[in-house]
Design a protein around this ligand. Structure first.
Ligand code: PBG
Ligand code: ZN
Length: 333
């Protein structure tokens, strides 16, 4: 029996040594909490397919923001559920729209952290599409960009710190950047959902935000799951158009794409979206006692970090931050 001279197990002998040589870290500041704010729910309403996630009425939306600050999260991202919908998604850029109001309430509640806003039309259009739709049912690109520019501007005026367009229209980043710069918001960062696949993992989110398309699907603008090269093309365009932060979405089935984006754009901040379906799967298995939720969540989030994501949008953010805090207490840190 040959005796191995090289023994990687030496560096696994104790918790202390393992911690010393660990390559990847996960901290609360890496995490961004999605917050649903609603004009139609008088009380915080739990989303049935996403246990532990609520639609918050405006008069209580300061509560999850305060919790995010308390937990030391990097920020939060707002999604709105408006009272009324129409063909143009007029609620999305209304001065007193649900997201605009939520920003005021959150600030009034004393939150000083980062507020990101999702910029899209699908929660505000009666047909549920991410943009304006032609008579023939086609999602119109350039006309939609004009709307997205207006939505992003109204979020900026309301006090958003970062705007995050998620609609995957061509030229959307350039249109929004030009709009912001033209109104004195040249210092406002833009986080683009630059690589967003047409994914079945968004299912629970569409229940949560009431934004499922009433006909057709999103495959004319969201990316085909088979494509890898195209992810770099989409990212390059967004960088050229002025995006400050890139994003890959969903996360788990696309860790290779996160790694590609990290390597192709080493100097760009990169986010990964741990989407609703990924959350629901873990919650469902944990409820049945089939998985240990805490270990699985922390392992998954660490995996996103190892793949190359600096920021992670996740519905687990508050739980994960609490568990991380408990671990550092346990280590005497
Ligand atoms: C809207 C939007 C979606 C998500 C974020 N913004 C849904 C979609 O594109 O259908 C998905 C988030 C999630 O599943 O957690 N454009
Ligand atoms: Zn959309």
């Amino acid at each position: 029996m040959p005796i191995p001279h090289l023994r990687p197990r030496r560096l696994r002998v104790s918790a202390g040594v393992r911690t010393l040589v660990r390559e990847t870290t996960l901290e609360p500041r890496n995490l961004i909490l999605p917050v649903f704010v609603s004009e139609v729910d008088p009380q915080p309403t739990e989303i049935s397919s996403m246990p532990g996630v609520f639609r918050w009425p405006l008069d209580r939306v300061a509560e999850p923001a305060a919790a995010a600050a308390e937990a030391g999260l990097g920020g939060l991202i707002l999604f709105g559920i408006p009272r009324a919908k129409d063909a143009r998604g007029s609620g999305a850029d209304a001065e007193d729209g649900v997201v605009q109001e939520a920003i005021h309430r959150i600030r009034a509640g004393g939150y000083e952290g980062v507020i990101i806003t999702d910029v899209c039309l699908c929660e505000y259009t009666e047909h549920g599409h991410c943009g304006l739709v032609s008579d023939g049912g086609e999602v119109l690109n350039d006309e939609t960009n004009d709307r997205l520019q207006s939505v992003a501007l109204s979020h900026a005026r309301a006090g958003a710190d970062i705007v995050a367009p998620s609609g995957m229209m061509d030229g959307m980043v350039a249109a929004i950047r030009a709009g912001l710069d033209g109104e004195g918001f040249s210092q406002l960062p833009l986080m683009s959902y630059s690589v967003k696949y047409a994914s079945a993992y968004y299912g629970p989110f569409r229940d949560a935000a009431d934004g499922a398309p009433s006909f057709g699907d999103r495959r004319s603008h969201q990316m085909d799951p088979g494509n890898r090269g195209e992810a770099l093309r989409e990212s390059s365009l967004d960088v050229e158009e002025g995006a400050d932060i890139l994003m890959v979405k969903p996360g788990l089935a696309y860790l290779d794409i996160i790694r590609d984006a990290r390597e192709a754009f080493p100097d760009m901040p990169l986010a990964a979206y741990n989407v609703s379906g990924e959350y629901s799967m873990v919650k469902a298995a944990a409820e049945r006692g089939w998985l240990d939720e805490r270990s699985v969540v922390l392992e998954t989030l660490l995996g996103f970090r190892r793949a190359g994501a600096g920021l992670i949008l996740t519905y687990h953010a508050l739980d994960a931050a609490r568990w991380l805090a408990e671990e550092s207490v346990g280590k005497g840190a």
